[in-house]
Design a protein around this ligand. Structure first.
Ligand SMILES: Nc1ncnc2c1ncn2[C@@H]1O[C@H](COP(=O)(O)OP(=O)(O)O)[C@@H](O)[C@H]1O
Ligand SMILES: [Mg+2]
Length: 239
């Protein structure tokens, strides 16, 4: 049975798509066959993985029966991408669940990249998910937004969600300008999955094809998160 993981947040621009791509690549390097499904109708995953000029079909076409499920999937190097339509139209959670059954047979992991907030796209992104990741920056408002998203996820049937704090800066944590791990755990009812540092190579990833380089500061933290997703017990550390 494929893992089905939705990546969501309360606030926008916190790094959902970046982390969904990076975690997909990390799991692919660990031998998994990964499909990243874009549920953000503003569409950015195709740009990040460098296939924007090859997009022909999207999951809206699959739901309508205008193409076969695998015809809409693009090969993006180590991973595969299923693009989002620019309009959700009349797509329903039930249609999404039915569609995902075809992909579950082909892939080990399905990542669902949600738009920000808890609207229509979020509900569709959660429809077929079993596990949730909520992403926040290391500040109280962002963590509160992520917790709200996690509660909404649970109402939509996503039973286990965990939090990633993204773009953390040690110097700012020391100065108490950002939350540290203990603060985040205290403020959040969601279990912490990992902390990812601010990383220039991720900041500018959208300007070139996403190459996840092993010297990047976020590389080991993201691989550790991938290992935790696979059930390994890797201690949390970022102080
Ligand atoms: N760990 C990081 N370090 C530096 N920049 C990051 C990091 N994660 C994401 N970013 C940058 O933050 C911005 C928003 O990321 P994105 O993944 O598009 O967010 P979202 O999908 O939540 O809207 C992008 O410019 C991205 O490159
Ligand atoms: Mg995004």
């Amino acid at each position: 049975m494929a893992k089905r993981i939705v990546v969501a947040s309360g606030k926008g621009g916190v790094g959902k798509t970046t982390l969904a791509v990076a975690l997909s690549l990390a799991l692919a390097r660990r031998g998994k066959k990964v499909l990243l499904v874009d549920f953000d109708d503003l569409r950015s995953a195709d740009l990040l993985v460098g296939v924007a000029d090859r997009v022909v079909y999207d999951w809206g076409d699959v739901i309508r029966g205008d193409c076969a499920p695998m015809d809409a999937v693009l090969n993006a190097g180590a991973i595969s991408l299923l693009p989002c339509p620019t309009d959700y139209g009349s797509a329903t959670p039930r249609q999404i669940r039915t569609m995902m059954r075809s992909y579950e047979k082909e892939f080990d992991v399905l990542f669902f990249d949600s738009p920000a907030g808890v609207g229509a796209g979020f509900a569709l992104a959660c429809a077929a998910a079993k596990q949730g990741i909520v992403v926040a920056l290391a500040d109280p408002a962002s963590v509160r937004g992520a917790c709200r998203a996690a509660r909404e996820m649970e109402d939509l049937g996503v039973r286990s969600s965990r939090l990633i704090l993204n773009r953390a800066v040690k110097r700012d944590i020391k100065k108490r300008l950002m939350l540290n791990i203990d603060d985040a755990i205290d403020r959040s009812e969601v279990q912490l999955l990992g902390v990812v540092p601010e990383d220039r190579s991720l900041r500018y990833a959208a300007m070139k094809t996403f190459l996840f380089d092993s010297t990047a500061p976020a590389y080991v933290p993201i691989f550790n998160i991938a290992r935790r997703l696979e059930g390994e017990n890797i201690p949390l550390a970022f102080n």
